[in-house]
Design a protein around this ligand. Structure first.
Ligand code: GLP
Length: 243
């Protein structure tokens, strides 16, 4: 794993965006794996700015999002579908039929998971996967205890994840109980992974990832087994981690 230390959130967002832009320019047919949450928002902002200024094109790129809440309609402002269009896709030239996000409102969510995994495979897998990390070390929505062999599946969100994400909802009761997420095995099949970590609240998760055991109780620790991971971490997240 390579660690790139940055000063703060803004520098992280800028550096990751520069990295992604270079990859998109090298391979306009790239398949991106995309993440939601607060962490990648700055990166999306820089990607949009660059698209407008330098005309980097996403027209032939494909995208697969990591996860989606179960039970929210696609136009619900709290759905990850809404987030992705609002924060990124509506502002670039990606072909809408190349955008893939699990449908958390599918009549049969188990089938949706199987179909989503198959679609990723059919497409030849993910070239560049962007990841954030939960306070408890989750990646995507793979909560502690998720099997490292898991493919795309439905997961019960833990109380700590519901609490962390409640800031976007009226109350914690409104946070969906479940989500569809790419599995750890799905994520690990990506050719390359960029992990974004910013802020003091992520120190423990980062420390476990770097120094803890590689164990299913700490989902992100599996990334140490991946041949091509770059971590972009800011000073607040790195403090006290020995790096
Ligand atoms: C959610 C998402 C994750 C994300 C995590 C951290 O649970 N499913 O993909 O990495 O939150 O979010 P944030 O970046 O807001 O701290």
């Amino acid at each position: 794993m390579k660690i790139i230390t940055v000063k703060d959130y803004n520098e992280m967002s800028q550096k990751v965006a520069e990295y992604v832009i270079e990859k998109v320019n090298q391979n306009p047919n790239i398949t991106l794996g995309l993440a939601t949450g607060g962490t990648p928002l700055g990166m999306y902002k820089y990607l949009i700015e660059d698209h407008q200024k330098n005309k980097t094109s996403y027209q032939n790129a494909q995208s697969f999002n990591l996860d989606e809440y179960v039970g929210l309609s696609q136009d619900d402002p709290n759905s990850y579908n809404y987030y992705m269009y609002n924060e990124f896709f509506n502002h670039i030239d990606i072909t809408k039929s190349n955008v893939h996000i699990p449908n958390g409102n599918a009549p049969d969510v188990q089938k949706e998971c199987i179909d989503y995994e198959a679609l990723i495979e059919k497409n030849g897998g993910i070239d560049l996967q962007i990841l954030g990390i939960g306070n408890n070390g989750h990646i995507g929505f793979n909560e502690p205890g998720t099997s490292f062999q898991a493919k795309t599946h439905v997961i019960d969100l833990t109380p700590s994840t519901k609490e962390a994400n409640a800031r976007y909802f009226h109350s914690i009761e409104d946070v969906p109980a479940q989500a569809i997420t790419m599995g750890i095995a799905t994520i690990m099949k990506s050719k390359e992974i960029l992990l974004l970590i910013s802020g003091e609240s992520k120190q423990a998760a980062l420390s476990n990832l770097l120094h803890g055991e590689i164990d299913e109780s700490s989902p992100a620790s599996v990334l140490r087994n991946h041949p091509c991971v770059t971590i972009f971490a800011d000073e607040d997240a790195l403090r006290d981690t020995g790096k």
